[in-house]
Design a protein around this ligand. Sequence first.
Ligand SMILES: Nc1ncnc2c1ncn2[C@@H]1O[C@H](COP(=O)(O)OP(=O)(O)OP(=O)(O)O)[C@@H](O)[C@H]1O
Ligand SMILES: O=P(O)(O)O[C@@H]1[C@@H](O)[C@H](OP(=O)(O)O)[C@@H](OP(=O)(O)O)[C@@H](O)[C@H]1OP(=O)(O)O
Length: 510
Amino acid sequence: MSLLNSINLGHLIDKKKIDPAKNPNFPLIQAGSREENMGKSEVQFIPIHHRPEPNSSMCHVQPATCKSSSLQQYLANGFPKNPAGPEEKNEEDNDEAEKPSEIPEGYEKFNHQMAGHLSGNNIGMLKRDGLVLKPIIKRECGDREINFYEQLGRTTDKTMTEMKNFVAKFYGTRRLSVEGETRDFIALEDLVEDFKEPCIMDIKIGRRTWDPDATLEKIRSEERKYQDCKRDLGFCIPGFQVYKLSNNQLVKQGKEFGKSLNKEGAEDAIKTFLNANECNDATAKPCRCLIVQFLAILWRILYWARNQRQYRFYSTSILLAYDARRLREKTKPTPSSSPSSTTSTPSPQSKSDYKFTRKGSLYRPMSLAVLNKNNEGNDRIPTGFSGQLTKEGPILNPQRSSTGAKQPIDVHPIVPSILSDNTWSKSMTSLKRTHSFQNNYDKDVQNRKQNYLHLLDELCDERKSSHWAVVKMIDFAHVFPAENSDVDENYLAGIESLVRVFEELLMESD
Ligand SMILES: Nc1ncnc2c1ncn2[C@@H]1O[C@H](COP(=O)(O)OP(=O)(O)OP(=O)(O)O)[C@@H](O)[C@H]1O
Ligand SMILES: O=P(O)(O)O[C@@H]1[C@@H](O)[C@H](OP(=O)(O)O)[C@@H](OP(=O)(O)O)[C@@H](O)[C@H]1OP(=O)(O)O
């Protein structure tokens, strides 16, 4: 049996007997077999989207002067250009300075790589026809990642099938001649292909970022990096870029910046990424519509991570991306929202009456109770949420009829008339109800998925149906089979923490 097959059949054999640390070849493919596989995979058809490149003039705009602390300044406007390193250069500089001489015909350099390896003379990932091509630098890492995508493609397991929703589509491998050398690449769906002004953040999940095969030296080097952030948040930020709405500048931050961040710095970086950290505007708030789009998927990944027991996801990342063009449209002041508008008469029960007031994390039962109760202790929005959160997720109350008799939970809640015109409230109601981690999750959530997506569409844009934010799991170079059937606590803790950060941003959002 090939080693590849032994992984595929991992759930049928006694996993306790598999100790990757004691099987240095596991899960490598036997010498030669990968070579044969390389280049054989066929490209599936992907439509080519012709779209204008982001306006290059955006990169010319100089950062606005900021009077706040230097970290704030860097977060808002980027580090000064030199001598800070290549990641602080703007996109145009990168094109100028690193123009690759020998990119194969028909391919382009992929300019939106936030982290990860470069090959040869600064050529990192390539792109073509809606695909990105990730260079295989270390054979064993490449083989592991390819194996993982192949297993995922074949899986019939329910939890792993669910995972396919969170992963870029895999299109096999490519062998290309780059700079006179033959190199192998992994072909993946380009997750930011459709974005006009792609804002992208790579968030590496887990306190532990080394795998069971790591040498002592590798363990030590990983433990030294992103120390504060990994310790306090269970994730770190190797890189991001953002098109700043305030000054139309593209800001890029790389590994060295990420390594300098502590918990507060990382949270600020996330706000910067969300265009919610304007140095000249202390009142800048995250866009609720954007946060909801991210959270909707992050919650599903959280639920998935609570269930998956087959793999250990070391050093994988969550890729967050959105289109600043759409955010700009969304945040444009409309006549009715303009303070000078004479036609907008505030309703006696305006949105602020329903503003969530909360201290601390949604993961504390008390804070959830506060979130959901008004001053009289009654349910603010009849979500059926009890105010109690177990490790398995929120507990829903059986509904009571006017006679006090318990009713089954209404899966199509009637939104009170006061809220019926408020898409946000409807979506929150739906989101909180679908954010059930009880056993009824699948039945409840999956059955109402269409309705739920519809609400999100409505929330994001009345006219356009497509979402403009993406959340995907990427980088499976260090995925190993689980040695026991426990959850991947390291991964789960990182995702829980990331969800918590976004839930807190949701409470701050406008
Ligand atoms: N499918 C994709 N679509 C768009 N961009 C992607 C995709 N996959 C990866 N990227 C971009 O490429 C970067 C590097 O990807 P990835 O982490 O997979 O590479 P790597 O070389 O394995 O990284 P590392 O050194 O952290 O192991 C990501 O930060 C992201 O910006
Ligand atoms: O050293 P860096 O700049 O932090 O980047 C590392 C590095 O690329 C490392 O490769 P290697 O030095 O161990 O060969 C990567 O490890 P893997 O190839 O095993 O994944 C790390 O992932 C990089 O770390 P990071 O991107 O988190 O800074």
